[in-house]
Every structure is written in structure tokens, then in C-alpha cells.
Write a protein that binds this ligand. Structure first.
Ligand code: PMP
Length: 400
């Protein structure tokens, strides 16, 4: 009896309660629970067991710039980028963070001018942080929450006139899925860019080129769906910037959970195995063909986007961004973009607050206003579980 109680008190939470046809459907956050179905089917391919004596030291590799990065995570990050071809890794430093959110803050810290060393005449003003609207709602929130003297949110990059700035480029973009490039010219002035490539994976978009920017951010949250593991990584070209970003993580959390890094490494390895392991290897281990995450993800996203477009057509009061497509160097076929969020506009004249309107129908979304855009728009997560997504689609199609 006692053992049973211990087991249940130790059971991990699944995060969200089950939904029924009259539940409130929460698609406000981009919680990637859609991927649970895939990982449930993978047996022990992504399972980790950690003995009590392991992962106790603060340190992972004291010879590395990022001294708390587990070498196995470094290897698996590089391997997966080589498999997918979405980002260059040769000549880059890999840094690990508690989610890519921590590395985003680390990048601001590293790119802000060091006023203590600045030339005379430097007013020591915080550097402006900008991104083209609609921009990811966390950018302004995270930039300003500690009222830093080093950097300050300055809004829409398209409306920015200064020459000293950090431009955040999110591609495919959260919230609207657009493929983006920097709009400010960093060759003139003191501009720096940070590329947030959280969604640059084959389930969401064709991989049209190998990205090779100065700072690129990725996360398991959106690539494999393991948001709760809280692991992100940065690919950084410049050693001094890599050192400064590492310093930020050191001052902020001393390092990053090794347990999580080991789990992330195992998960990334399972993804790469799906595309690299030869059939004879799989026969030996008596497992079926290794599971293929991007095939699963793309199939789900294609299905969900077609359901959404049909529901929008049936309703008649909404519109969506137009579908774009391109040749994917990873899958070797032409594919449409299937963004992780729908950027939905309510076209009804009398509805000025689309999020409020949908809330009245028990659908929670994030208002366009939070992304520096019109409140007639909302962002809807496309990555929730099937049951919630199906109810959302049914409700949306009946709205008039
Ligand atoms: N960048 C973008 C564009 C995102 O959408 C998210 C997650 N919503 C993140 C970064 C943060 O991801 P993480 O969970 O790794 O902190």
C-alpha cells in the first residue's frame, strides 16, 4: 500500500487536464504537447536512466568556452544540424541554456556595449532592442522586466531610426510564420543581429538554406517538443561573444542542468537515428525502423493546417496568411510552410478584439496587441494535443 502511494505521489504531471466538448480550450501558449504521441511510440529510444552518483559536478568540460556544456549534447546538436542541413556548425561554438529564453538574455548581455570600456563621449545609454512587428511577445517582456541599464526594448525594427541596436530576427516568425531576414543593415552603424531559429525545422517549413548567422538560437521546445526539459542552444561564431554569453549563464544560474542536457542529447540522438541508422543496424536490435520525428511532425502539421483552412472557409468571418512553399533540401520535395502558430484575423466589422471574441466562445488565444500588431488578430497555437485541437476546429467552423 505504501509503495503504491509513493508511486502515485512521484508520478510526473502531464501538464494539462483532459478536455471535453464544453471545456475552455487554451491555445494561448505554444505548448508543444502534439509531440507526445510521437515519443510515446518510440519505446526506449529516448529513455534516460541516471544513477544517483552521476551529474553531480558543476563542471562538464573545463577546456570548452561553455564549460558547463555536456560533450554529448554538443555532439548531438552538431550531428542533428548536419542531418537536417538547417544551420552551419563548423567554426561555431555551441552554448547551452535553460531554454533558448536564457540564451536570448545572454545574447543581449553579450552584445550590449561595455560602457566601462567605451570611448569618451559615450552617454552610456542602454542599447535599443528591436524586431519587426508582429514580433514574439516575449521579446519586449524579457528585454525590459529587470529594467536593465544595458539594453531597452525599442519596438518595431521597421520604424527604428537609430544606428546602434540589437535586431532580433525570428524565422519562421512567431506569431505569423513569415520567413524573415534582418531589415536593418548591420554593415552601417553599430547594429548586431540575433537570429531566433526556434521554428527552422522541417515539420514547419521547407529547409531552403543552411543558415550561417553570427548568433543562432534553437530549442528542444519546438524541434522535438520537449519544452519541459528547458534546453536551448546557441550557435555562436565569435569566441569573445560566446565567452560573454557563457558568463551571463554563469552569473544567472551557474550552469544548466546536466540531467536535462543528457535527456536532450538522447532525444536529439533518437531524432538523428531516425534518418541516419541503416536497416541492418535496426534488425540487429530487433526494433522496427527508427521513428522519424520530422515525418510525424510534418504529417500532423499538414493535416492541422488543412483542417484549419477548411474551418476558416466554413465560418466565413476569419482570414489567415497565405500559404507559401519552397523546395526543401532535407526532404528533397517542394513543401508548404506549416507554422506552429496560426495568425488569425477576425474580419467581422463589429469585432475589434478578436481574442475577447474567441474567449466568449471558450477559446483562449493571444491578442495581436501583444505582438505589436492589431487586436483584430490573434495567435493560436497549432501544437496542442489532438483532442483540444479537434474541439477548437469544430468551434471555430461554427462561428458566424
Ligand atoms: N523563441 C521563440 C520564437 C519561441 O516561440 C519560443 C517559445 N515560445 C522561444 C524562443 C523560447 O523557447 P524555450 O522554451 O527554449 O525557452
Amino acid at each position: 500500500h505504501r509503495r503504491a502511494r509513493t508511486a502515485s505521489s512521484m508520478a510526473p504531471s502531464t501538464g494539462k487536464p483532459a478536455v471535453t466538448t464544453d471545456s475552455v480550450i487554451n491555445l494561448d501558449h505554444g505548448d508543444p504537447t502534439m509531440f507526445e504521441e510521437f515519443w510515446r511510440e518510440t519505446g526506449d529510444a529516448a529513455e534516460v536512466v541516471i544513477p544517483g552518483w552521476q551529474t553531480m559536478s558543476y563542471f562538464s568540460d573545463v577546456t570548452n568556452v561553455c564549460w558547463f556544456l555536456e560533450p554529448e549534447l554538443d555532439r548531438q546538436v552538431r550531428r542533428l544540424h548536419r542531418v537536417v542541413g538547417n544551420a552551419a556548425v563548423d567554426g561555431y561554438h555551441v552554448l547551452v541554456g535553460t531554454g533558448s529564453t536564457q540564451l536570448f538574455m545572454a545574447a543581449l548581455y553579450a552584445l550590449a556595449p561595455d560602457h566601462s570600456a567605451a570611448a569618451a563621449g559615450d552617454a552610456g545609454e542602454p542599447i535599443s532592442v528591436v524586431s519587426t512587428a508582429p514580433y514574439y511577445s516575449s521579446y519586449p517582456a524579457v528585454t525590459d522586466f529587470l529594467r536593465s541599464g544595458l539594453f531597452r526594448w525599442a519596438g518595431d525594427a521597421d520604424a527604428f531610426g537609430g544606428d546602434s541596436y540589437i535586431e532580433l530576427v525570428c524565422s519562421p516568425n512567431n506569431p505569423d510564420g513569415a520567413i524573415r531576414e534582418a531589415v536593418l543593415d548591420s554593415k552601417t552603424g553599430n547594429g548586431r543581429t540575433v537570429h531566433d531559429l526556434a521554428y527552422y525545422w522541417p515539420q514547419y517549413t521547407p529547409i531552403t538554406k543552411r543558415a550561417a548567422h553570427d548568433i543562432m538560437l534553437f530549442t528542444v521546445s519546438k524541434s522535438t517538443g520537449h519544452a519541459g526539459t528547458r534546453i536551448g542552444w546557441a550557435l555562436v561564431k565569435d569566441r569573445a561573444i560566446a565567452r560573454k554569453m557563457t558568463k551571463f549563464v554563469e552569473l544567472n544560474t551557474i550552469g544548466v542542468s546536466k540531467d536535462s542536457q543528457m535527456r536532450a542529447a538522447k532525444v536529439l540522438a533518437a531524432v538523428s537515428d531516425g534518418y541516419e541508422r541503416r536497416p541492418e543496424q535496426t534488425k540487429e536490435t530487433k526494433t522496427a525502423t527508427p521513428p522519424r520525428l520530422f515525418d510525424f511532425g510534418r504529417r500532423k502539421m499538414v493535416e492541422r493546417w488543412s483542417m484549419l483552412r477548411a474551418a476558416v472557409a466554413a465560418s466565413g468571418i476569419f482570414s489567415l496568411p497565405e500559404e507559401t512553399s519552397g523546395f526543401c533540401n532535407f526532404t528533397k520535395v517542394t513543401a508548404a510552410t506549416n507554422p506552429a502558430f496560426a495568425w488569425l484575423r477576425c474580419d467581422r466589422e463589429d469585432v475589434e478584439d478578436c481574442a475577447g471574441f474567441l474567449r466568449g466562445h471558450k477559446i483562449l488565444t493571444r491578442s495581436g496587441a501583444q505582438f505589436g500588431a492589431d487586436a483584430r488578430y490573434v495567435r493560436v497555437s497549432m501544437l496542442d494535443r489532438d483532442d483540444a485541437y479537434d474541439i477548437f476546429i469544430n468551434r471555430l467552423s461554427s462561428l458566424k
